[in-house]
Each structure stands twice: as structure tokens, then as C-alpha cells.
Ligand binder design. Structure first.
Ligand code: MV4
Length: 534
């Protein structure tokens, strides 16, 4: 299948010119490295893992055909070292690199270095990454392509505001509230909401200082603040034959401190008509930079139905599986197709005709569900959900240690249903099956979120977690709750009382929901443990 004429693809005359990829080095770790390798193996492509000292026993290392150590645990000394990754490519004979997300995935110097070394970078070309990397540059570029951006001002020369006086004059013209944003920004760093003229000066200086510290670039610009927006992003894909398509939206409004927690596709508030409009706007933005491979255009959707381009992410995103689920496609396989020079496997019309059902993703983090602080440590017990239309993209296992050095995400739990109601019910079921002990997780948070009336109704925006913090915080935790659980476990003959006693089960439900039955031993009948699992 590799290299030759590929039955099912168009333009067999071009078959000779496709770049056949035989061995891919995955420059990442955790669930995304595993995810990428799965597709490689399905396609008969060999895989090379790279790993830090903390990841010697990690799943991505065990799954790969070859594995190469690249240094100490801190990512600066391993996963972010371009020289070490390129050396590993040469040593292993890899002909392509998949960067995953994070780490070097949006580093244009890495893309350039790969090309210079004759290694295929599975991602967009460096110049597209560069143009989209600067927010002011991206606003200019997509505006020229007809994509709506938030009303604002990039500054007198289009490259930010040099002084506060000009910025304030512009803010007054835009009208308060305004946001001061960093051109090099993203993720909310260097961003300041200003509600009145009086606060403007201090916020301007504060934003500049924060931007300089975080990005080594203090360029800031202004946008009108959209109140209670939804975060809607459009998945796009381009090939080198001039085709660019979109694969609809994901609603990523359930966030906490710019960290996504729950995502779904389609958005409960996006109509077919709005999807077509936002899809066309995203494709136009991608076309403006001659985009190739997988990309995502982020938009804010206002309460009035207006939508505005925010930025483009030039990588495969964490939440790509919800799109895969409703289109029945493998986006990593598409990335490899494009990297080999093949045309996109499906046209826009074919994609539109394939959409089916609804998908939800919960990011399961090793963190305290009350304080949201990371909870690294060893997973002493883990039972993952399974069954019809449940997918758990996981980078760890029972007995594994969650290192302090990296993102604390344990897995992405993804479900599909015929409609939103079924998908949400299925996710509740899957979350109730999920057990993790030894570390704290945000599973109790997810169980509450998927039962929250506003979430169930699809009525939420980017402020949802902040406003509903109380309703989303598991109350039944701490020493009293754990003592009650232990008492219950001992009394009802429930499984693993010793594990519950030593580690504490961090279930969401009230312990009194499971009646203790002292007669269970006699009759052979007993209550299950559903409803108070960790
Ligand atoms: C905004 C906004 C309202 N109006 N821009 C936050 C991170 C950065 N990527 C963009 N962000 C925002 N930009 C305008 N003109 C509100 C946010 C925002 C937000 C956006 C998406 C998801 C969650 C968010 C949480 C707070 C603020």
C-alpha cells in the first residue's frame, strides 16, 4: 500500500510523486504520542518514541517500535530540545516527525530545522505558522480575506500601541469595556479587561509588563470586549493541491483559567446555517495563509449570534476526537496523507454528508477537584470505562506515576451518541464507571458538570465554571466523608475496603446514597458500589 498507486485515491497519475513515509518519530509523550502511534501502526508505518528520564516506562515508549532517550525530565532539557529531536531522527532513520500538541508543535524554527535536515514535519509550513503566531498579523491577514474579527485597533502602524495616550484615545473610540491583548499572546496571558477610562493607564502598563515577561515582546493591541461569549472553534484541513475543507465546530466554552475541561461537537447553539457561515470564514482564513494540514480557527460567538475570529491554532488539538467521532474520520491519518503529498480523502460535500450524532469529551486531570491544584503521584488503582461508543485516550496505567514535570492530564474520555441527550447520558455512565485511586482527579467535578441543569440544557458560556463554581464543587470530601466511606465499605462487604481506607475514594455522591446491609452476607444479595466510586 505504501508508495505505490493507492486504490481509492484520485489522480493515480500523481502516485509516483507522493512522498512515502515509512517511519515516524513522535516528538511528544503521553496520550497524544500513543494516539499518533496507533494510526501509524494501522497504516503500517513504524514508530519512534523519544523519552525523558521521567518517561522510561511510559506507554508511548512501550508502544513504539524504537525508543530514544533525549535527556532529563524537565521539558526544556528534553521534549523542547530541537537538536536532540533531530539527532534522534537521524539515529533512528525516521523520515518524518509528528509533533503532537504543545512542546514543539507550533515552533516554526523546528519546522524549518526539520525541512533543512530533509525530514518531513507533519504540520503546516513555517510561514503559515509565523503569520498566525502574531495576533496582530493574523487579524490583518484574515480581515483581508473577509473573515470577521472582533472590532478593535492594532495600533497606529498596525503593530501595537507604543504609548498609553494613543491607546486610550483608541479605547474611547472603540467604547468600553475593552480588552488589552498581547500580540504574542494566547491563553489569556498579558490580557486585561478595562471597564472605564480611569483604570486604563494602570492596565495598559500591567499588560505590557506581563507580555514582556511571558513572551519577550511587549506589543499590545485593543479589542472590544465581547460579553459572555461562547468559545467556538472550527476544524480546518488543507492539502498541497489547493483544497481546504472544514469539519464543523467544537464548543469549548467549558473552561477554567483558559484550560479547557469539557468539549463537545456539534455546539448546542450552532445551527446548520451558522455552521456553514463560520466554516466558510475559517476556510477563508486558512486559505489566506495557504494552509496545509490540520488547523483550528478559534472564534468568539456573542449572545447576539455575531461571531469573531480570535486566533488560529496551527496544530492538531487536544479535543480533535470529538470531531473524529461525528465525522467518522481519523484526523492523524489525514495529516499523514497530506504530509505524503496526497489530496484530502474527502470533499466538503462528502464531509457534510457524513456528519452524524453528537460527541462529548471530558479531560480527566490529576488534580484536586476542589482547589484545582495538580495532584501528582502514583496511580494505585485504575479502572477505565469501556463499552459501546466510549473512547478513552489515555497515556498512563495502573501503577504508573504521574510526573510533576508535565501536563497533569490522565486521559480524554470521549463518547458518541445519536443525539446530545444520549451522548450526555452515556458520558455520565462512563464517568460513573471510571475509578482512579492513589491520586486526586477531577472526575467528581465532571460528574457534577454533566448533571448541571444548565449544561444539560446546553446553556453555558466561557464564564460557566466561574459562576457555577459552588454547584460544581464536590461537597462530600475530606476526612469525614472518607471516614463515612470506610464505615460503609466495611459494613456492606463492599470491595476493596483496604484501598478505600488507605487512599480515600473521592466519589461525588453522598455516602448515604448506598444503604449498608448487614444481611448481605447471609442472603448472597448485596448492594453494588455504583455511585460512590473514585
Ligand atoms: C476575548 C474575550 C472577550 N472579548 N476577546 C481568552 C484567551 C484568549 N485566547 C482570548 N480570550 C478571550 N478573548 C474579546 N474581544 C474573552 C476571552 C475569554 C475567553 C475566551 C475563550 C474561552 C474562554 C475565555 C475565558 C475568559 C475570557
Amino acid at each position: 500500500m505504501r508508495g505505490g498507486c493507492h486504490f481509492g485515491y484520485a489522480a493515480p497519475a500523481m502516485a509516483q510523486s507522493y512522498r512515502s513515509i515509512k517511519r515516524i518519530l513522535v516528538a511528544n509523550r503521553g496520550e497524544i504520542a500513543v494516539r499518533v502511534m496507533r494510526t501509524c501502526h494501522e497504516r503500517g508505518i513504524e514508530t519512534v518514541a523519544v523519552y525523558s528520564d521521567a518517561d522510561r516506562l511510559a506507554p508511548h515508549v512501550q508502544m513504539a517500535d524504537y525508543a530514544i532517550a533525549i535527556g532529563p525530565a524537565p521539558s526544556r532539557e528534553s521534549y523542547l530540545r530541537i537538536d536532540k529531536i533531530l539527532d534522534a531522527c537521524k539515529t533512528s532513520g525516521a523520515d518524518a516527525v509528528h509533533p503532537g500538541y504543545g512542546f514543539l508543535s507550533e515552533n516554526e524554527d523546528f519546522a524549518d530545522a526539520c525541512e533543512a535536515a530533509g525530514i518531513i514535519f507533519i504540520g503546516p509550513r513555517a510561514d503559515a505558522m509565523r503569520k498566525m503566531g502574531s495576533k496582530t498579523e493574523a487579524r490583518k491577514t484574515v480581515t483581508a480575506a473577509g473573515t470577521p474579527v472582533v472590532p478593535g485597533d492594532n495600533g497606529p502602524d498596525g503593530n501595537g500601541f507604543p504609548d498609553v495616550a494613543l491607546a486610550l484615545a483608541s479605547a474611547k473610540k472603540i467604547g468600553f469595556p475593552v480588552l488589552i491583548k498581547a500580540a504574542a499572546g494566547g491563553g489569556g496571558k498579558g490580557m486585561r479587561l478595562v471597564s472605564s477610562e480611569a483604570e486604563f493607564g494602570a492596565s495598559f502598563e500591567g499588560a505590557k509588563r506581563e507580555a514582556a515577561g511571558a513572551f519577550g515582546d511587549d506589543t499590545v493591541y485593543l479589542e472590544k470586549a465581547i460579553i459572555r461569549p461562547r468559545h467556538i472553534e472550527i476544524q480546518v484541513f488543507g492539502d498541497e493541491h489547493g483544497s481546504i475543507v472544514h469539519l464543523g465546530e467544537r464548543d469549548c466554552s467549558i473552561q477554567r483559567r483558559h484550560q479547557k475541561v469539557v468539549e463537545e461537537a456539534p455546539s448546542p447553539v450552532v445551527s446548520a446555517e451558522l455552521r456553514a457561515k463560520m466554516g466558510a470564514a475559517a476556510v477563508a482564513a486558512a486559505r489566506a495563509v495557504d494552509y496545509r494540514g490540520a488547523g483550528t480557527c478559534e472564534f468568539l460567538l456573542g449572545a447576539d449570534g455575531g461571531f469573531y475570529f480570535l486566533e488560529m491554532n496551527t496544530r492538531l488539538q487536544v479535543e480533535h476526537p470529538v470531531t473524529e467521532m461525528i465525522y467518522g474520520v481519523d484526523l492523524v491519518s489525514w495529516q499523514i496523507d497530506v504530509a505524503e503529498g496526497r489530496p484530502l480523502p474527502l470533499t466538503q460535500q462528502e464531509l457534510d454528508g457524513r456528519r452524524r450524532g453528537h460527541a462529548v469529551e471530558c479531560r480527566v486531570y490529576a488534580e484536586d477537584p476542589v482547589k484545582f491544584l495538580p495532584s501528582p503521584g502514583t496511580i494505585t488503582h485504575m479502572r477505565v470505562p469501556d463499552g459501546p461508543w466510549v473512547r478513552n485516550d489515555c497515556g498512563c496505567y495502573e501503577g504508573a506515576e504521574i510526573p510533576v514535570h508535565y501536563d497533569p492530564m490522565i486521559s480524554k474520555l470521549v463518547v458518541w451518541g445519536e443525539d446530545r441527550k444520549q451522548a450526555v447520558a452515556r458520558m455520565r455512565r462512563a464517568l460513573d464507571e471510571y475509578q482512579v485511586r492513589g491520586i486526586e482527579t477531577n472526575l467528581p467535578f465532571h460528574r457534577l458538570c454533566l448533571r448541571h441543569p444548565q449544561f444539560v440544557a446546553g446553556e453555558y458560556d466561557t464564564g460557566f465554571i466561574g459562576r457555577e463554581h459552588e454547584a460544581l464543587t464536590p461537597k462530600a470530601s475530606g476526612p469525614d466523608f472518607e471516614a463515612a466511606l470506610i464505615a460503609l465499605a466495611l459494613d456492606s462487604g463492599g470491595p476493596r475496603p483496604a484501598a478505600a481506607a488507605s487512599n480515600g475514594a473521592n466519589g461525588a455522591s453522598k455516602p448515604t446514597a448506598t444503604p449498608a446491609s448487614s444481611s448481605s452476607e447471609i442472603s448472597g444479595w448485596r448492594w453494588g458500589t455504583r455511585g460512590w466510586r473514585g
